[in-house]
Design a protein around this ligand. Structure first.
Ligand code: DX5
Ligand code: ZN
Length: 223
């Protein structure tokens, strides 16, 4: 197994999908004062995934109090029409799904034109080699370790193999590109993901269901 030298301190991206929406400001302040590196927003349209979460108004409001970059994960069909609006709302990173983009190269150009970092997400069934002709353009690749749509699901073990394949592609073609993994991340899966070369851990239910989310974020960062 390719080990990941410990020089890379992981970025922890709490997913607010599992936050307390009756007290969202409190949870954002917790993240602001924690060791988290990003705030992860799971935007769902009820078409690309069988769930609807939240959209631009939530991101605009959080942006007003956020002290961390907004990492926006678009689980929506036809994202092109909303890239500008998400960028204007305050996204620092926009991730689109490979499976949702007919003209992915154009979509990536559109994101970068807004001055926002561009990232592509692969569902569990989508092989890493679909990125062969776009990897050079990417700032990050997000690998889903659950089937998108819901927090609190069980981690898909095949993700470790995909991380190793993606790490090898990135080392060859674009060493600056980050690897982010999202879904079922906890202390056990997180540690193994980092050992395989992951840079960013998204975690929702594991952080927000814990006794002390600030402490959980700190421990994830120290894995
Ligand atoms: C799935 C979402 C979740 C969320 C994190 O569509 O993208 O993966 O971010 O979920 P858990 O609760 O598994 O960390
Ligand atoms: Zn996500």
């Amino acid at each position: 197994m390719e080990s990941n030298p410990k020089f890379m301190v992981p970025i922890i991206a709490p997913s607010i999908l599992s936050a307390d929406f009756n007290n969202l400001g409190k949870d954002i302040e917790m993240i602001n004062h924690s060791d988290a590196g990003y705030i992860h927003f799971d935007v769902m349209d009820g078409v690309f995934v069988p769930n609807i979460s939240f959209g631009i108004p939530v991101i605009e409001h959080v942006k007003k109090i956020a002290q961390k970059p907004l990492d926006v994960h678009l689980m929506i069909v036809n994202p092109d029409g909303l890239i500008k609006a998400f960028a204007k709302a305050g996204a620092s990173i926009i991730t689109v799904h490979y499976e949702a983009c007919t003209h992915l190269h154009r979509t990536i150009q559109l994101i970068k034109k807004q001055g926002v970092k561009a990232s592509v997400c692969l569902n569990p069934h989508t092989p890493v080699d679909v990125l062969d002709d776009i990897i050079d353009e990417l700032d990050m690749v997000l690998l889903m370790s659950v089937n998108p749509g819901f927090g609190g699901q069980v981690f898909i073990e095949n993700t470790y193999k995909k991380v190793r394949e993606l790490k090898s592609l990135i080392n060859k073609r674009n060493p600056e590109c980050l690897i982010e993994v999202d879904g079922g991340v906890n202390f056990e899966t997180g540690k193994k993901l980092l050992e395989n070369g992951v840079d960013v851990l998204v975690s929702g239910s594991f952080i927000f269901a814990s006794q002390n989310p600030t402490e959980t974020i700190r421990k994830l960062k120290e894995l």
